[in-house]
Design a protein around this ligand. Structure first.
Ligand SMILES: [Zn+2]
Length: 157
């Protein structure tokens, strides 16, 4: 296991749609190592979420640092989003030292496969809903600065 280098703004992979994960590969040591490395990298960087393109891997997988600890969301899909929105401050490990307010749906339902390839569904609100949307955006090549209303700290390069 290893802490991997986090890609930063300007890296083309951050703007690409990541490849779907083939669920027959989820149990493989290579894929499980990837998940472990993503967890280690996220914790070392003190993040609350990390998407695979942020460590230069084009796969539809992200780690969410939930209340019960980190877990993987594989091939996540936003199934439902509330009409009600919330404005809150976000940052991104790939855009260091820049923070800004982003308006997002307050409640979302996300379906995904877990680290054993089993289908899951989560209804999320608050910070969890925000982190999930931020990470799913990464898997589609979208960054929070694309949606930012106001930069509150730092400066875009
Ligand atoms: Zn991010």
């Amino acid at each position: 296991m290893a802490v991997r280098t986090i890609t930063t703004l300007g890296a083309p992979i951050l703007r690409q749609v990541a490849q779907p994960v083939d669920l027959t590969t989820v149990a493989s040591p290579t894929f499980q190592n990837l998940l472990h490395d993503m967890v280690e990298t996220m914790i070392a960087a003190q993040g609350i979420g990390l998407a695979a393109p942020q460590i230069n891997v084009s796969l539809q997988v992200a780690i969410i640092n939930g209340q019960a600890g980190p877990y993987a969301i594989i091939n996540p899909r936003l199934q439902k989003s509330s009409r009600q929105t919330e404005l809150a401050e976000e940052g991104c490990l790939s855009i260091p030292d820049v923070f800004g307010t982003v308006r997002r749906p307050a409640r979302v339902t996300v379906t995904y496969d877990d680290e054993q390839g089993r289908p899951q569904s989560t209804a999320a609100t608050g910070l969890l809903a925000r982190v999930m949307q931020h990470e799913i955006d990464h898997l589609n090549g979208v960054l929070f600065i694309d949606k930012v209303q106001q930069i509150t700290q730092g400066q875009l390069p």
